[in-house]
Design a protein around this ligand. Structure first.
Ligand code: FES
Length: 103
């Protein structure tokens, strides 16, 4: 069964920024792209760097560790070799709060 869980206030993640939040044992990267929020797994599937330490480039985040590039909408990684995708979470915004859908 899925349910919506509060992650942060919209003001916690200003436009063109991203931040990692711990929600029910999951590390979730929340990114604000021009007022729209996206959420993927926050721990890089290469060597476990926190993606919030990386750089936002449009709809992608470049990991500060070794440069893997992750799609904020797809969870797919670009690297020299295949990496498992990051989980992608559905996001909703209500009353100034950002919620993600969890299993
Ligand atoms: S830990 Fe992210 S690219 Fe290596």
């Amino acid at each position: 069964m899925t349910r919506w869980v509060k992650v942060a206030a919209t003001s916690d993640v200003p436009p063109e920024s991203m931040k990692t939040f711990q929600v029910e044992g999951k590390d979730i990267l929340l990114a604000n792209l021009n007022g729209s929020f996206y959420a993927i797994g926050a721990i890089c599937n290469h060597q476990e760097w926190d993606l919030s330490e990386g750089t936002l480039q449009g709809e992608e985040v470049v990991c500060a560790g070794h440069g893997a590039i992750w799609g904020l909408k797809t969870g797919q990684g670009k690297f020299g070799r295949p990496l498992p995708p990051e989980p992608v979470y559905k996001v909703d915004v209500k009353d100034g709060q950002v919620l993600v859908e969890l299993e």
